[in-house]
Design a protein around this ligand. Structure first.
Ligand SMILES: C[S@@+](CC[C@H](N)C(=O)[O-])C[C@H]1O[C@@H](n2cnc3c(N)ncnc32)[C@H](O)[C@@H]1O
Length: 299
């Protein structure tokens, strides 16, 4: 899945179609309408900055849904993923220009002028599958910077720290034992999420609310929507296997003394998943923040 903040291209490719079917379409319509009011009077391309863009999944999803000429900058610390993104651009009826910026976002909390420079001329700041990795100072620095520019913010697919493995099992005792074990895994997985993932002590599942509060403090109007993954084998078999493996690795790292219990949990759930007995639900949140139409910064 990932090694700290380094993400495997294969993992990003596996999740892309599930991300696309899970995202909250209502937020795409709202941001497209807002951008149209910005761009249309001048007949020019809107400028979009994609943070933690990886191999370009967010661009491939969102650009065709905006319905106007666009100029994207894909920002990531991984040059290999960015190169892959530029090889897989969507084709649009309107013009699309894409450039990349290979940079580490960690520095901007101490140097807000760096972020201000990146945001120069930008009307939409977007990200997907990123927010759980970032820290509170990162969130506050971003909210302050976007409000200086009065840019819109669309952040999709932020994990909220919740996941469930639902099984149709008539045996009540077995089901409650499984629920107890899953809860134990979830608790340690959440603790693991809160370690540094590349942008300070990570907010993990608390990130969507933290980002929303920071933007509201600057007078932004917020829309939040659930965008959960609901996975079932055989269609989503490989992604489910990767998730179970990711949870196994994270909790083994977090609680090294409990490796035997973690291995037993993993073997049992993997077997149930492969037999098609489980539905895996992973909680995600999408967030759209539009600036106060009067342009006042409340921060
Ligand atoms: C889970 S991936 C999501 C990629 C893409 N947005 C998607 O939806 O497929 C997170 C991305 O954030 C990038 N990233 C993490 N920490 C970073 C940092 N401090 N500076 C720049 N990029 C970072 C990683 O390289 C990775 O590409």
């Amino acid at each position: 899945m990932s090694d700290g903040s380094h993400f495997a291209a294969a993992w990003l490719a596996l999740r892309e179609p599930v991300d696309a079917r899970s995202r909250a379409g209502s937020l795409d319509h709202a941001v497209a309408a807002w951008l149209a009011t910005r761009a249309a009077p001048h007949g020019r391309a809107v400028s979009v900055l994609d943070l933690g863009a990886g191999s370009g999944s967010n661009l491939r999803y969102l650009a065709p849904r905006l319905g106007l000429a666009q100029q994207w900058t894909l920002l990531d610390q991984d040059a290999g993923l960015l190169a892959q993104a530029t090889r897989q651009l969507p084709s649009l009826p309107d013009s699309l220009e894409v450039s990349t910026r290979c940079a580490d976002m960690r520095g901007w909390c101490e140097a807000p002028e760096v972020l201000d420079a990146w945001l120069d001329g930008v009307e939409l700041v977007t990200a997907s599958a990123l927010l759980d990795l970032v820290s509170q100072p990162w969130v506050e620095a971003l909210a302050a910077a976007v409000s200086r520019r009065q840019a819109a913010v669309l952040i999709a697919l932020s994990v909220d720290g919740d996941w469930q493995l639902d099984a149709a099992d008539p045996d009540h005792d077995a089901a409650s034992q499984r629920a107890h074990e899953d809860q134990w895994m979830r608790r340690h997985y959440r603790a693991h999420q809160a370690t540094d993932k590349g942008a300070g002590a990570a907010l993990g599942g608390a990130a969507p609310e933290a980002m929303a509060s920071a933007l509201q403090a600057h007078g932004y109007r917020l829309q939040m929507a659930d965008s959960p993954w609901v996975l079932q084998a055989p269609a989503d078999r490989a992604l489910g296997e990767a998730l179970l493996e990711g949870w196994r690795e994270a909790v083994s790292e977090q609680v090294p003394d409990a490796v035997v219990e973690v291995e037993r949990w993993h073997a049992a759930r993997l077997a149930s998943w492969q037999r098609g007995e489980l539905i895996i639900r992973v909680g995600h949140r999408d967030l759209l923040a539009l600036p106060d139409s009067e342009g006042h910064d409340h921060g």
